[in-house]
Design a protein around this ligand. Structure first.
Ligand code: DPM
Length: 363
């Protein structure tokens, strides 16, 4: 049994090897292949990688997945011994990331081959055990909130002027420890999705809605990065794509890219798919949140059969390759992000972000 609904179609991809590229099955029976997924060492990275590996194992029971830690960004895929040398030259990789940590422009040769169904994209409040029962509103004057996200601090400073904000760094385990074992912070702000993946949902005391704090571009979605030229692996992981999430994240990433914002500027978004419409709200903030611009635009994402034939689904959009999502809808999502960025730029977004960046660099 080969990977594509029982049909081995890989011979056409690999003229030099008359075997299935993915399962290495030839006319004489099965030879299994190992796909290595790279992961970073943190518990969150491991959990995220494992969840994607589990999905792949369900979908492709004949493929052997191996997960290895590596400090390099990518880990090479290993094949069975006998074809190792020949196949290694293909350098096929598979790496799981939080989409929000991936730049809107990837290095040449790489692409995001799958964006998985987004879970809760909002930020959450985690209270010091001493403050259980409180909310950001009811915390005492001058309580210190831990976050090193300029986006979170900007929005929350404006909304909760009685609170103070200090940096907190390190992975999630480190942060929770710093919160619980010291008295430096009354609460910290973290993404609900990360907390849930870690099994710490019970520590969430408050989910911040868009009126309090809009989320980061791509927050809450997992992404699978592969080599752009590895069409077999691209095809294999493409079934993991969640179409609504892909369209929302393309719009968000196009918005951020067009604003020329990196991952560390006070830019926030909110997206929704409803009745075949994609809604994008985007905002930029000064560091203290006193200055901000926020607008919403929408676009239809229903594919119109005629023109979708003319759009190449294989092309990358803001780093994402989603061959199974209508290209026309992807183009509209991308355009929505660009249009919203242009609207904010016409109102002075560039100036707000430039000042924010300068002040932050000088800190
Ligand atoms: C990025 C930011 C943060 C991470 C900036 C932002 C938060 C940094 C901080 C780009 N990456 O959100 O404005 O709080 O000091 C990160 C987390 C996750 C992915 C942890 C978190 C898990 C959630 C997800 C760090 N990257 O934000 O609580 O998959 O979206």
């Amino acid at each position: 049994m080969c990977w594509e609904r029982g049909v081995c179609k890989n011979v056409s991809f690999n003229l030099s090897w008359p075997i299935c590229f993915l399962c290495q099955q030839d006319g004489n029976g099965k030879a299994s292949r190992v796909i290595r997924i790279g992961t970073r060492k943190s518990q969150l990275a491991r959990i995220q990688t494992d969840s994607v590996a589990d999905r792949l194992k369900e979908l492709y029971p004949d493929i052997h997945l191996e997960i290895g830690e590596n400090h390099q960004r990518l880990y090479f895929l290993l094949f069975t011994k006998e074809l190792e040398n020949a196949l290694e030259r293909n350098e096929v990789d598979l790496v799981v990331h939080s989409l929000k940590d991936l730049p809107t422009t990837l290095p040449p040769g790489f692409t995001i081959g799958a964006v998985l169904k987004r879970e809760n994209p909002h930020d959450a409040v985690v209270l010091h055990p001493q403050n259980v029962g409180k909310t950001l509103d009811s915390l005492p004057e001058n309580s210190v909130i831990g976050t090193s996200s300029l986006r979170r601090a900007a929005q929350l400073k404006k909304r909760f002027p009685h609170l103070k904000f200090n940096d907190i760094r390190g992975n999630l385990n480190t942060r929770l420890k710093k919160l619980d074992e010291k008295d430096d912070f009354a609460a910290i702000i973290l993404a609900a999705a990360g907390l849930r993946r870690m099994g710490w949902e019970n520590r969430i005391s408050q989910i911040l809605g868009p009126e309090d704090c809009m989320y980061a571009v791509g927050q809450g979605a997992l992404a699978v990065e592969v080599r752009a030229r590895d069409v077999d692996i691209l095809e294999m992981v493409s079934v993991l794509h969640d179409p609504d999430t892909v369209l929302r994240c393309i719009a968000e990433r196009a918005f951020l890219r067009h604003l020329e914002g990196g991952c560390s500027v006070p830019v926030a978004v909110h997206t929704q798919v409803k009745d075949s419409q994609l809604y994008l709200t985007g905002a930029v903030y000064s560091l203290d949140g006193s200055d901000s611009l926020k607008e919403t635009m929408q676009t239809s994402i229903t594919a119109n059969d005629k023109s979708s034939e003319e759009v190449d689904e294989r092309v990358q959009r803001v780093g994402v390759t989603a061959s199974k999502v209508p290209g026309e809808a992807q183009d509209r999502a991308e355009r929505l992000g660009v249009d919203l960025a242009n609207l904010l730029l016409s109102k002075g977004a560039k100036e707000i972000l430039t000042v924010a960046r300068q002040l932050n660099d000088a800190r």
